[in-house]
Design a protein around this ligand. Sequence first.
Ligand code: SF4
Ligand code: SF4
Length: 359
Amino acid sequence: MTQKTKSGIEEVHILWISEGMSCDGDSVSVTAATLPSIEQIVLGLIPGLPKVHLHNKVLSKEVGDDFVAPFHAAARGELGPYVFVLEGSVPNEEIHSGEGFFTAFGYDHETGQPIKLNDWIDRLAPNALAVVAAGTCAAYGGIHAMAGNPTGSMGLADYLGWDFRSAAGIPIVNVPGCPVQPDNFTETLLWLLNQVAGLNPMIPLDDKLRPTWLFGKTVHEGCDRGGYYEQGDFALDYNSPKCQVKVGCWGPVVNCNVPKRGWMDGVGGCPNVGGICIGCTMPGFPDKFMPFMDAPPGGTVSSTFTHNIYGPTIRKLRSITNITVNKEPRWRHRGSELTSGYDPRLGAQGKKGGTRGKD
Ligand code: SF4
Ligand code: SF4
């Protein structure tokens, strides 16, 4: 059912491409959303929203050319208002020495050739009402952009520019997480749809383009185990309910609401249920949090002191570390040069019997 909205926009398409460098985990994660659920958004059960047409390959009834048709229509300017969602990181297609590509979606009906993801971004992002990066790979590069990074992968803002603005004047909206926490994504989408409908002001984002109300606090500030930390009572293995900072938890310097929100409908939440926080929402993930199971340097220091003396000093140290891990590694950029440290000789190892150690 089409609803009258304040802005006059009555129907919005959500064009969701998951052909970034990804595992499709964000699409799968969002099927578990409850606040609101995808069903509530798509079935028009939320008052005041425009009618939503969701085009996501995991959640769509259409397949093949029928599924890709709305994306082609949007690229021709014939679809109507849409929000563009990218899942997965953006490879650097400028580093190829010859033919080939890293990832593509659909094909060109005239040439029969696959259409590169990067071409879809160039075609769809400028005319979208809003552009959303779903998950850490799309937001900052994530796993695919870690040291070595032979594909030159990067986040959407690295590709489009951090000062990019959509057709409606909205910055790129990053909803990181590996995968994205389902309600964080649908709640962000709900904000944007309300904004499109004329009911919400500009979405508040931090300098890493994350919604501030979702990523403004650290894991540690919402963790069920915080009381153990304050008592200097630390787990020495993973079978303990105590604070896990000595066995690898980075929670004190990571921006994420998962311990407060849980993973599905309030259940779970990494350190709450025994999983150390590995910083999966962060621009510096994964490189700056590895090796994962080692105690973070700040955690070792802080757990040495009792709660009577650690307070002000540790808070200062954390704010410095927080700034460092909020920066992406330097090799995530556009341009013809791959500066990630990847050694192409290693790629030839299988074919030529290996070159490693021969020079
Ligand atoms: S388990 Fe991690 S997030 Fe929880 S209190 Fe300990 S250090 Fe903080
Ligand atoms: S608590 Fe840590 S590991 Fe868990 S989702 Fe948040 S950032 Fe990722």
